[in-house]
Design a protein around this ligand. Structure first.
Ligand code: R5P
Length: 291
């Protein structure tokens, strides 16, 4: 089996190759003078290939690279390409929220399948049912709750794990179960036009607790800032933030620390200063189960 990586997630790909006891083959990448992308697999591939490529910003460029890379790996001789996308861009547009919109995640997943992906693995897809809905190839959604929880073992005193909205409750629950903590959720709304989040009033008893807020993505940090401020106002001793994908747009980390968050921790699906927890072993197990 060959582990083939692009520059989008080198650290995670290297850790994954090591866990699978495989060498890593690095895809050559460049841009043409007009901005078009070029990729090349530098050697013939025998047998199955695992292509690792995350689609964090700049998402559109990375998506094109991924489509090109799948085709290139196939043409380099791979008998089967397992496409591993640690962060799947466009996953949040999983339905038509307003008339006239596309279902972006469907467009992305169908495209990957159309260019030759034989199997697909992603980490903590915003709405996991998107994979079942749009993919006909074997697919897996790897959840890193246990790894994130392990990081916080021994760090938190009287922990309460909190989801910033009801849809994220399963993440908070999974982390809380590993920590032996209780869990709850906030009621978040997002303005469909401005994208601005707001919290509905909800009373949660956190006096003296260390609150760990768990979400799939930190993008602008707006959601977590609201949640953290609300918990600190309610008497939480300390507030920590954990996410799977540290997109960290627009100075998100500064906003979180200014809001009083003690520490932000993410997995390595997106390279960032807070990507302290690796999903390599979970991905290796998922790949092995698909072989
Ligand atoms: C949305 O439903 C997601 O689960 C995250 O809560 C959201 O993407 C976070 O975005 P931001 O950091 O910009 O508030």
């Amino acid at each position: 089996m060959a582990v083939i990586a692009t520059s989008s997630s080198l650290g995670l790909a290297a850790r994954l190759a090591k866990t699978l006891s495989q060498d890593m083959i690095l895809i050559e990448e460049k841009s043409f003078p007009d901005g078009e992308r070029y990729v090349r697999v530098p050697q013939r591939i025998e047998g199955e290939a695992v292509l690792v490529h995350s689609t964090h910003p700049p998402q559109d460029e990375r998506l094109i690279q991924l489509l090109l890379a799948i085709d290139a790996v196939k043409n380099a001789g791979a008998s089967k390409v397992i496409v591993v996308v640690p962060y799947l861009a466009y996953a949040r547009q999983d339905k038509r929220f307003m008339e006239g919109e596309p279902i972006s995640v469907g467009v992305v997943l169908r495209s990957l399948q159309a260019v030759g992906a034989d199997a697909f693995i992603a980490v903590d897809v915003h709405n996991p049912s998107s994979l079942d809905e749009w993919l006909k190839i074997p697919h897996l959604n790897v959840l890193p709750a246990a790894q994130l929880a392990e990081y916080f073992k021994g760090v938190l005193r009287h922990p309460l794990v909190l989801a910033p909205d009801r849809g994220a409750l399963h993440r908070a629950q999974a982390v809380a179960e590993v920590l032996g903590a209780s869990y709850d959720y906030l009621e978040k709304r997002r303005d469909r036009t401005t994208g601005e989040p707001s919290l509905l009033p909800k009373s949660i008893e956190v006096e003296g607790n260390d609150v760990l807020i768990v979400d799939d993505i930190i993008s602008t940090g707006g959601t977590l800032v609201l949640a953290a401020k609300s918990m600190l106002r309610s008497g939480a001793r300390r507030v920590y933030a954990a996410c799977t994908h540290a997109i960290l747009a627009s100075g998100a980390l500064d906003k979180l620390y200014s809001a009083g968050v003690s520490e932000v921790v993410a997995t390595d699906t997106v390279p960032s200063p807070v990507s302290k927890v690796s999903v390599a072993e979970r991905l290796a197990a998922a790949i092995t189960s698909l072989l």
